[in-house]
Design a protein around this ligand. Structure first.
Ligand code: NAD
Ligand code: MG
Length: 345
């Protein structure tokens, strides 16, 4: 006999990167999962092809004991007001994969609900693949509102269902998850790393070196170094690189990341903590994303992209081996369609 808290009926709203992975993993873990999507939306076909019952977001939400909100962050506030709050059952559990909207006050969940967060520390395709091979990506979880007294249990049950608890499930808060997730992606992972790679490549090319050689040095080989970090930290990198590379890294690294860089990182963090970043991003989205689209296009048009495209065509292993960010072809297309639609929304 299952009880609602041990095996809640789950509605997942959104079937993109995280939504699809959570849904498939939870179903394989024995949960009753319904997908909520706008009829005719870009990922509806994919969810149906994967064998799920697809309902409108309102219908899916109404029938669930746990509602996972896995749409893009910028549509969640309106979705909550228009669809979730009017339909979600009394005392149900509302779950997010990122604390943005609750932490920045864009969503004020109804008082009768449990409100939790489960955020796998990896993209959806990896969440699915790790589950399939019997592992899981590390996750963080948090409780914002505990009406039933079982909110933490809901979060851990969900975390286990998607495979996250198999590895590590670290308890956090909505504030900590939101602020650290934004900081990591802005300062180090997505923002810092791309600008470091582009500036390094530009420096070599402007000095007259071949763009292809510069690509290998500044982008391609970054993966080899990051793999060492991932497996055994900076210690492992030092074990594997030459003494010359070590001495160069130790003496020249601080030329690049110096006190000014660290001060800039603190500025990034302050703008996250005081809400400046969130207000700016929400305003940009509401104004139609003109700046966002233009800046993204500049990244896509950077000449390192053309160099890399040409070189990668000769890397046979890239077309055969599954890549961490890769999705099955149909899912990639569906996600691309979803992102385009979302950008146009
Ligand atoms: P996504 O863009 O890949 O997918 C969005 C899905 O929502 C699509 O199915 C789309 O059709 C649907 N959708 C869009 N607007 C909708 C609406 N108004 N009503 C109903 N459905 C709608 O999204 P994602 O990257 O999986 O992000 C989902 C959540 O997960 C976000 O909160 C994000 O911060 C969080 N998250 C993402 C990652 C990641 O690696 N992508 C990692 C951790 C947490
Ligand atoms: Mg993030």
């Amino acid at each position: 006999m299952t009880t609602p808290s041990s095996r809640p009926r789950i509605a997942i709203v959104g079937y993109g990167s995280q939504g699809r992975a959570h849904a498939l993993n939870l179903r394989d873990s024995g949960f009753d999962v319904t997908i909520g999507l706008r009829p005719g939306g870009p990922t509806e076909i994919k969810a149906k092809a994967d064998g799920f019952t697809v309902k409108t977001p309102a219908e899916a939400v109404a029938g669930a004991e746990l509602v996972a909100v896995l749409t893009p962050d910028m549509v969640q506030a309106q979705l909550y007001t228009d669809v979730i709050e009017p339909n979600i059952a009394q005392g149900a559990c509302l779950l997010f994969a990122h604390g943005f909207n609750v932490h920045y006050g864009q969503i004020t969940p109804r008082a009768d609900l449990d409100v939790v967060l489960v955020a796998p520390k990896g993209p959806g395709a990896l969440v699915r693949r790790e589950y399939e091979i019997g592992r899981g990506v590390p996750s963080v979880y948090a409780v914002y509102q505990d009406k039933s007294g079982k909110a933490e249990q809901f979060a851990l049950t969900y975390c286990g269902g998607i495979g996250g608890a198999r590895q590590n499930a670290i308890k956090t808060t909505f504030k900590e998850e939101t602020e650290t997730d934004l900081f990591g992606e802005q300062a180090v992972l997505c923002g810092g790393a791309t600008k470091l790679v582009q500036a390094g490549w530009e420096t070599l090319v402007e000095a007259g070196y071949q763009p292809e050689v510069a690509y290998y040095e500044c982008l391609h080989e970054l993966k080899l170094i990051v793999d060492l970090f991932y497996e055994g930290g900076i210690t492992r990198m030092h074990e594997f690189i030459s003494e010359t590379a070590q001495y160069g890294a130790l003496t020249r690294g601080p030329y690049i990341v110096d006190e000014h860089t660290k001060a800039q990182m603190k500025k990034v963090l302050t703008e996250i903590q005081d809400g400046t970043f969130a207000r700016q991003w929400i305003a940009e989205y509401k104004a139609g994303n003109a700046n966002y689209k233009a800046m993204k296009q500049a990244d896509l048009d950077h000449p390192i992209e053309a160099t890399g495209k040409k070189l990668r065509a000769a890397m046979a292993w890239l077309s055969t081996a599954p890549q961490p960010s890769a999705q099955p072809a149909s899912s990639t297309a569906a996600n691309a369609a979803a992102k385009t639609e979302q950008a146009a929304a």
